[in-house]
Design a protein around this ligand. Structure first.
Ligand SMILES: C[S@@+](CC[C@H](N)C(=O)[O-])C[C@H]1O[C@@H](n2cnc3c(N)ncnc32)[C@H](O)[C@@H]1O
Length: 256
């Protein structure tokens, strides 16, 4: 995947940091030794871990140089490493692996989750949150625009759509045999954003990235303009002129 833009991602930092807060609130650990933030991004989730576990060694991991640069500047006392979640393995004294809004990008992520849980010591925790929003208009319209433009035959654009998450039962059946306890739930956030254009800006920092990065500047602008028009029709203004972005997310807290 092309590099991410930390600046674009952080335009909605408040909203984007609420799910990791909700996830962390359900992590049943007192004083973990080593905590790893997988797909740490610009360290907004890592900062929550530092606040909750001030005595722990905390490491952030990401594959994006831009995100890692922002993360190191924000939390100079933490260690940030460049690595691929798909092949990374935890050190033996890792008590918490935290992965907020990252594993959905990793191929065969349920199997990766099982491998990570199996590598934890007894009582260790894998805490995961992933957007479960691929059936929302925000995503259906990305696929629609991708299929009907001069970019429609571009192989990278064709491969850009993220697949639906499997249902909770799949995670439960895969993880329970190697866990003492599992907590799985959905939360549907209703983010009040300033305008339909704000929805476009939101996804420019995440799900639109794989569609846009293979395109030249002119095509990118045309893609965004077609998407913005459809978004405006799908998300009408509420009483105060804002729009509500419905955002379902799946949470899994698995205890080894
Ligand atoms: C949506 S951001 C999440 C940032 C942060 N954890 C948060 O809670 O807001 C997803 C991050 O996962 C990273 N990422 C995606 N696939 C990855 C992979 N295979 N290995 C490592 N990092 C990855 C991206 O670079 C990006 O910074």
């Amino acid at each position: 995947m092309a590099d991410w833009s930390a600046g674009q991602y952080l335009k909605f930092e408040d909203e984007r940091t609420r799910p990791p807060r909700d996830l962390l609130a359900r992590v049943p650990l007192g004083e973990p030794r080593l905590v790893v933030d997988l797909g740490c991004g610009p360290a907004n989730s890592t900062a929550l871990l530092v606040e909750r576990f001030p005595k722990a060694e905390i490491i952030g991991l990401d594959s994006s140089p831009d995100m890692l640069g922002k993360a190191r500047a924000r939390l100079p006392r933490c260690t940030f490493i460049a690595a691929d979640i798909g092949t990374w393995a935890p050190a033996p004294r890792t008590d918490l692996i935290f992965a907020n809004a990252a594993l959905q990008w990793v191929r065969d992520h349920p199997l990766v989750m099982r491998r990570l849980v199996e590598a934890l010591p007894a009582g260790g925790v894998l805490a995961v949150q992933m957007p479960d929003n691929t059936r929302e208009p925000s995503h259906a319209l990305q696929r629609e625009v991708a299929a009907h433009g001069p970019w429609a035959e571009n192989p990278e654009v064709k491969a850009a759509a993220r697949g639906d998450l499997p249902p909770p039962e799949v995670y439960y059946d895969l993880l329970k045999p190697v866990c003492s306890h599992i907590d799985i739930w959905h939360t549907v956030y209703e983010h009040a954003l300033a305008s339909p254009q704000a929805i476009v800006e939101w996804f420019k920092g995440s799900a639109l990235q794989p569609y846009l990065s293979p395109l030249a500047a002119g095509e990118r602008a045309a893609f965004l303009s077609a998407y913005a028009e459809k978004i405006a029709a799908a998300y009408p203004p509420r009483v105060d002129g804002k729009v509500l972005l419905k955002f379902p997310r799946l949470f899994v807290v698995a205890v080894r």
